[in-house]
Structure formats: C-alpha cells, structure tokens
Design a protein around this ligand. Structure first.
Ligand SMILES: *Cc1c(COP(=O)(O)O)cnc(C)c1O
Length: 408
C-alpha cells in the first residue's frame, strides 16, 4: 500500500477494497448510481467526537462549525453529537434550524452579515457574534424593531495569533472581529443598546497540527478574556475559546496530540472557573470532526502516456474538490492522500498524475505520485475530504452535474 504514514487504518480494507460506513466502494458506487461522489462515514464522525470529549475537560462544550461541511444529513447527525453549532450564513442557518439543535445553542459568525441575515438570526433566537461596532448598531435596530433582545458575543480580533496554523484568523490587522483594544469602548456603547451580552468569541486560527501552538493560544485567549471582562456590563456567561485543531493532509504531517491539549486545558480550567464562575466554555471545530471521515470518489475515464508520464483522467475534478487541486489556500501545491479504492494493494505501484475532466491545467488531483496500476473504470479515492470539499468548490465551472453526497 502506498498511503502516507498517517492515513492507514482510517478505513478498513476488505477483499482489496476500501470500505466506507461498512460498504465496499463498488457497492457504494452502485447504490449511488455512479461516480463521482462524496461519502462520509458517520461512525468515524462519532468516534472523533467521542475522542475529543474523552481528551478535553468534561465541562468544555463542543461546537461544530457548519462551514466545514454543511450537508444537511451530516449537520443533522452532528446535532445529536455536539453541544452547539456555529454558522456563517443564512443558508447555513436554514440547515441548522432543520435539525434538533436548540436555537439558543447556535451562534452566527461572519464579517459581512446582511440585514436580512441579522433579522433571520434575531427572529430564530440564535446568538450573534458581533464583528464590528456598526454591526452592533444594525443588529440593535433590527432586533428592537421586532421587540427582541438578541443575545450577542463580541468576536475579538486578538492581539496574538495561532502560530504555525494553516489559516490565521486573528492577530494583526484582520477583517474578522473587533480589535481587542477597541473592545472596552464597544462594551460601553453596548450597555445602552437592547442587546443581551453573553461574552466573547476569540478565534485565532485554523488547521494547526502543533499542540504547543494550540496550548499557547488557549492560554492567551483566557488571559485576554480576563482583561476584557473587566469592562463587561455583566458577568461572562459564554466564552468561546476558538478551535484550530488540524488534521494531517500531507506526507510528513503528524497527527495532533489531543491528550497534550486536553491536559493543558484541564490545568487552566480551575483558574478559569474561578474567574468566570457563570461561564460556559466552548471550543469550536470544523475539520477535526468531519475532515477525515470523508472521501471523494471518481472513476478513471482514460489512461494515457504523454512523453513518458502516465495520466489518469477521471470523471471528477477541481470543480468538485478545489482543495485537493491545491487551489484553496495552498501556497505550494502538495498532493492530498489518494489511492485506487477498488484495488488498494497491488504489486506494481507506478507514478501517475491524476487529473479531472476540466480543460484547465489547474485540474490536478494528484501530481506525479505513486498510485496503484490503475485501469480504466477503477475508482480513485481522495482521502481527508470530509471538510472543505464540495462546499468549497466552484461547482458551476464548466457546467458538469453536481456529484452525489452520501452519509453512510
Ligand atoms: C472556519 C471557522 C471554523 C472552523 O475551522 P476548522 O479549521 O474547520 O476547524 C471555526 N470557527 C470560525 C469562526 C471559522 O471561521
């Protein structure tokens, strides 16, 4: 098998086929009616949540960031597994409200919320994470017009960042949240408005595989919350500590040391509970919960050799999986883990470039990488595709039909 070190054992292999949710890829593809498709393994999602709960202090609440994967069936599954949702659009709000998650446990983040979105959030009774003073004024007007007193968190742009993270979302100049130094003035203004202050949302970054960096960010987050809480009109009732837990995508990536983070957080909690006696503490994760549970499956339509290089041309592509093509935030393109899912082990491993069906050189799923000796009709599986897969892809590009998505 030619899988990167971190990937074996994610899914069982039986009769040389990868099995997702207890079904072989060939069975799944028949059931779905063909390729390409995304499949998400609900058992694996459940195990990830259980591992997290095991590792973290018992009173840390776990929220799911719907942005990572908004498939309605998956969000419905998550409603029974986590303590709350974080969402970032009216579309995600509609998906969330169709689940069993109580609205009071849902929060709405995003730097450009429209009036219609603020109104929908206020009417639904969800918590709004305020990203600016102007947004606060707009929400106050909208809520007051409906006689509502909307619950709010202030989203802080911290004065530190999550080091060695894939996407930095705090520290320095950022469009997200309110600069920490402006928060005291904003809290003064908030007192006069018909909004119910709950606490702070401090999200410093995403996709970190370094326990040390996450530990440091969590410590700094609690310290910042302590400093800002002095200016708060009421005791803090909700403190969202952010997330940033990453998953291994590329050769050499090491799995995050969850127990190190959990133990460190447990050591911070006695002081945190003392300083915020009324607070509920939340961490908010997307990809860590669902990223490894998903695969993207396409079929080899053609195999050709061009000037010595083998190309496998599939019926998938970047229009359905932008991230695997390297065009979603990667600086240097690296290959996602990929294998021939209906012929996992094979004698002759050869290098091939796996491309999609789009007429652009950007449409590469695997660049000159070792894959089994795939033939026309074989199923190419891109692993680590459960988060920021279909949802982060330009599906209209070239006008092919959308792929199926199944939760199994
Ligand atoms: C994107 C985002 C998340 C989820 O990030 P992951 O890397 O998927 O865990 C959580 N919270 C906020 C505010 C986000 O913008």
């Amino acid at each position: 098998m030619n899988l990167p070190v971190h990937v074996p054992h994610l899914f069982p292999v039986c009769e040389n086929q990868l099995r997702i949710g207890g079904q072989s890829l060939t069975e799944l593809s028949k059931r779905i009616g063909g390729t390409p498709f995304y499949a998400y393994d609900s058992g694996m999602i459940g195990r990830r949540v259980a591992e997290l709960r095991q590792a973290m202090p018992a009173d840390i609440h776990l929220h799911y960031a719907i942005k990572a994967n908004p498939m309605p069936a998956l969000v419905g599954l998550m409603a029974g597994l986590v303590d709350g949702f974080d969402l970032a659009s009216a579309g995600e709000l509609r998906v969330a409200l169709e689940t069993a998650m109580p609205p009071a446990r849902i929060s709405f983040t995003g730097p450009g919320k429209g009036d219609d979105e603020l109104r929908a959030a206020a009417n639904a009774g969800i918590v709004v994470n305020l990203e600016s003073e102007q947004e606060m004024q707009r929400l106050a007007r909208i809520a007051a017009a409906s006689g509502l007193r909307t619950k709010v968190l202030l989203r802080i742009n911290p004065d530190f960042e999550l080091k060695s993270s894939g996407m930095k979302m705090g520290g320095g100049p950022k469009p997200f949240g309110v600069d920490a130094e402006r928060v005291p003035a904003m809290l003064t203004r908030l007192r006069e408005l018909p909004l119910e202050f709950l606490g702070f949302h401090i999200f410093s970054g995403s996709q970190s595989l370094k326990a040390e960096a996450i530990k440091e960010a969590q410590r700094s987050t609690l310290d910042l919350a302590r400093r800002l809480a002095r200016h708060a009109p009421t005791p803090i009732r909700l403190l969202n500590l952010g997330g940033g837990f990453g998953i291994p995508y590329f050769p050499g990536d090491q799995r995050l040391d969850l127990s190190a983070i959990g133990e460190h957080l447990a050591s911070l909690m006695p002081a945190a509970r003392r300083d915020f006696p009324e607070a509920e503490f939340v961490i908010e994760l997307g990809r860590y919960l669902v990223g490894e549970a998903g695969v993207y499956v396409s079929r080899v339509l053609d195999r050709k050799v061009s000037r010595g290089q083998v190309f496998l041309i599939t019926d998938g592509g970047l229009h359905q999986h932008l991230a695997a093509s390297g065009n979603f935030g990667q600086v240097l393109r690296k290959n996602y883990p990929l294998l021939v899912g209906n012929r996992v082990a094979c004698d002759a491993v050869c290098n091939a470039t796996v491309v999609g069906r789009l007429c652009t050189p950007l449409d590469v799923l695997g660049d000159n990488m070792p894959v089994g000796h795939a033939q026309i009709g074989d199923l190419i599986v891109v692993l680590q595709s459960g988060a920021y897969g279909l949802t982060a892809s330009p599906t209209a590009f070239l006008g092919h039909p959308a792929p199926a998505e199944v939760l199994v």
